[in-house]
Design a binder for this molecule. Structure first.
Ligand code: HEC
Ligand code: HEC
Ligand code: HEC
Ligand code: HEC
Ligand code: HEC
Length: 185
């Protein structure tokens, strides 16, 4: 009986140990890129929303957890707040004009990998957030692997290389696929 309990204890600690390794160890990618600010129809301040008002990245970029794209929120979502918040500010008045004309500001792309590259947000968020029970309120730390410190940006710009060598080295460090056809259709 004693032996069995010991075996169980050993099994337990082995399982516990492996779970900690699998769940905890993540090697964020290095690399830097000096992306220019992209001129947008309305300058959208991430810092005011994320840092000052604690709005979660995925509240606006809703699709990130379940599809290829993260998605830019529709104007209706902005107006949920801006019908009453900061209505005296010029940028909000411009936003309201779009809304009244039933149009959306034509946001320009900041990050854009070539079309022959297959990338999906869903798999990466599953791996780095949901599979390891990472607190969703801190998801910005995972977005930051690939987008940098958006929380402090007054205008979104590209700060990570997002080129092949960069993707591959993060795959190598974190057990992602190395086969050409996984990233190229
Ligand atoms: C959950 C509420 C909420 C949502 C949703 C939201 N905002 Fe805001 N936004 C705020 C708050 C709060 C401020 C700060 C207001 C202040 O300083 O008085 C702000 C400030 C701003 C400002 C700066 C205004 C200025 O000149 O000081 C802009 C521009 C802006 N928002 C655009 C947007 C756009 C575009 C969207 C949709 C993509 C959006 N907001 C969605 C709450 C929100
Ligand atoms: C209130 C809504 C809102 C929140 C919260 C928000 N974003 Fe955004 N985000 C936008 C809008 C609107 C744009 C388009 C304007 C732009 O690119 O500056 C955008 C653009 C971006 C882009 C550039 C998209 C491209 O074209 O490549 C990235 C990356 C991004 N957001 C990441 C984040 C991250 C990471 C967080 C959390 C730290 C976050 N966002 C929180 C509304 C939001
Ligand atoms: C593993 C790297 C990685 C992570 C993690 C990541 N992104 Fe991205 N993101 C990218 C790449 C690469 C692109 C460009 C995709 C393209 O051009 O097809 C992109 C594009 C975007 C865009 C613009 C296009 C779109 O998909 O709508 C937004 C917005 C965005 N990311 C937001 C986020 C947010 C918010 C998070 C965290 C919840 C996040 N990303 C996490 C790599 C990443
Ligand atoms: C933070 C590290 C990291 C970065 C940066 C990263 N990946 Fe990944 N990626 C992973 C990991 C880990 C997996 C495996 C996820 C799993 O096991 O579910 C993965 C999975 C994938 C898959 C899914 C493959 C399949 O089996 O369907 C594709 C496609 C992919 N990555 C493409 C890219 C591209 C393209 C880039 C660069 C623009 C990139 N990744 C950047 C870590 C990363
Ligand atoms: C982890 C994802 C990933 C893997 C695996 C991968 N690639 Fe790529 N590849 C990319 C990305 C991202 C780009 C776009 C680079 C850019 O925009 O600078 C790219 C670009 C390319 C290009 C265009 C030329 C260039 O260098 O920009 C070729 C050719 C290419 N890859 C071939 C391959 C081959 C062959 C393999 C297998 C040995 C492979 N790739 C594996 C992500 C990957």
């Amino acid at each position: 009986m004693a032996v069995n309990i010991n075996k169980i204890l050993i099994l337990f600690s082995v399982v516990f140990f492996s779970v900690t390794i699998f769940a905890g160890e993540v090697f964020p990618p290095g690399g830097e890129h000096e992306g220019k600010n992209v001129e947008q129809p309305i300058e959208f301040p991430h810092n005011i929303h994320v840092k000052d008002n604690k709005i979660n990245c995925m509240y606006c970029h809703t699709y990130a957890r379940r599809s290829k794209v993260a998605g830019i929120p529709p104007t209706s979502k902005c107006m949920g707040c801006h019908k009453i918040i900061a209505t005296d500010k010029p940028r909000i008045q411009k936003l309201t004009e779009y809304w009244e004309k039933k149009q959306s500001p034509k946001w320009k792309k900041v990050h854009d990998v070539p079309d022959f590259v297959h990338f999906t947000h869903e798999r990466h968020l599953k791996k780095f957030v949901f599979d390891r029970d990472f607190p969703v309120e801190n998801v910005k730390e995972v977005c930051a692997f690939c987008h940098g410190d958006v929380e402090n940006m007054t205008v979104a710009h590209k700060v990570k290389p997002l080129n092949m060598g960069w993707c591959k080295s993060c795959h190598e460090a974190n057990g992602g696929p190395g086969d050409c056809w996984k990233c190229h259709k």
